[in-house]
Design a protein around this ligand. Structure first.
Ligand code: B12
Length: 275
């Protein structure tokens, strides 16, 4: 007898072969997890730890050493190497994007295939934060290009990506009021009014919390303050199901959106520009 579940499983594996992007989305949406499927072992067939480390490792050996220090959760080493590169005149924004960030990305991808564990991610995050701090000190105060509120929406504690995005925005001359994570719509709206902000940078990594960004964008429509939405749980398709919002994938997308909004464009124009 052929059971429906067998057909579903067969379809999922066909999708993994033929439509890897769609398969990844299915995983990211948490459907496989909801079904209780153990992704750890199967994804090892797709990508190995060596491949992940190879793909993420910067070509410049001095940058690669910083990346290694972050991967190893070695804050002292990350700080020492970052300081040395700043001393040599390297651009601090470039260091965040291309030396420090690949470290945390590697550890998170290793986690996905069961090759790294949560304490390692948290140590790597510490090393990342220390390195980013140094870069920010070097950048110093730049003339403000606009005022932004950054947050992770209610119910979600994943703040590593939000911190990177805030650092890159600051490095590009934006004033960022970082509210932290697990932020309610009410608290966000209050902060927007107090700060007289131009734009909200909203992050979420879970499918269960992504509705919060939609609620926030809708409430802020009357204030004429749009929300730039990012984080692994969402995509352009989702964000474009509601108004007063612009989807971005990378920290540099956040910079592009902020420049355009603070430069006087409305969210509809910015959406079009970024397509
Ligand atoms: C680290 C981590 C944790 C840590 C978080 C620590 C912290 N301080 O952030 C802890 C242990 C707390 C945690 C807890 C949980 N987690 Co978790 N976690 C992860 C993990 C491994 C890495 C996330 C991460 O930091 N990625 C790296 C950063 C740099 O990437 P990022 O956040 O996407 O940000 C980048 C871009 O998206 C972009 N970006 C970010 N924001 C914005 C904004 C704008 C505007 C723009 C333009 C760009 C942008 O720029 C960033 C830099 O490139 C992921 C799996 C994974 N590999 O992603 C699971 C994951 C996110 N967690 C998951 C889950 C389910 C949980 C828990 C529910 C587990 C549990 N049962 O308890 C809890 C939830 C707790 C809560 N209420 O939030 C699921 C979510 C599934 C889903 N889609 O719903 C994931 C995907 C793991 C999985 N495959 O199951 N987790």
């Amino acid at each position: 007898m052929i059971r429906h579940i067998d057909i579903a499983v067969q379809k999922i594996f066909e999708m993994k072969e033929k439509e890897p992007a769609k398969f990844k989305k299915l995983i990211d949406e948490g459907i496989m997890i909801g079904l209780g499927v153990d992704l750890g072992d199967r994804s090892k067939e797709v990508t190995t730890a060596n491949q992940i480390e190879e793909q993420r490792r910067p070509k410049d050996p001095e940058y690669a050493a910083v990346t290694e220090a972050v991967i190893g959760g070695n804050s002292a080493e990350a700080v020492k190497l970052t300081a040395a590169l700043i001393g040599k005149g390297k651009d601090p924004t470039d260091l965040v994007l291309h030396a420090l960030m690949p470290g945390i990305q590697t550890v998170c991808e290793l986690y996905d295939i069961g090759e790294s564990y949560m304490p390692e991610i948290l140590l790597a995050n510490e090393a990342l934060i220390e390195g980013v701090k140094l870069c920010q000190e070097k950048i110093g105060d730049v003339h403000s290009q606009g005022k932004l509120i950054s947050l992770v929406i209610e119910g979600d504690l994943h703040d590593i990506g939000k911190n990177i995005v805030a650092a890159i925005l600051r490095a590009n001359g934006f004033e960022v009021v970082d509210l932290g994570s697990d932020i309610t719509v009410e608290a966000a709206v209050k902060a927007v009014k107090v700060a007289n902000a131009d734009l909200v940078i909203g992050t979420t990594l879970m499918s269960t919390t992504k509705g919060g960004l939609k609620a926030l964008a809708e409430v802020l429509e009357s204030e004429d303050v749009p929300v730039a939405c990012g984080g692994a749980a969402i995509d352009r398709h989702f964000v474009e199901t509601f108004g007063n919002s612009v989807y971005g994938r990378t920290p540099l997308d956040a910079v592009k959106i902020a420049k355009k909004i603070c430069g006087g464009k409305n969210w509809k124009e910015v959406r079009k520009d970024l397509h």
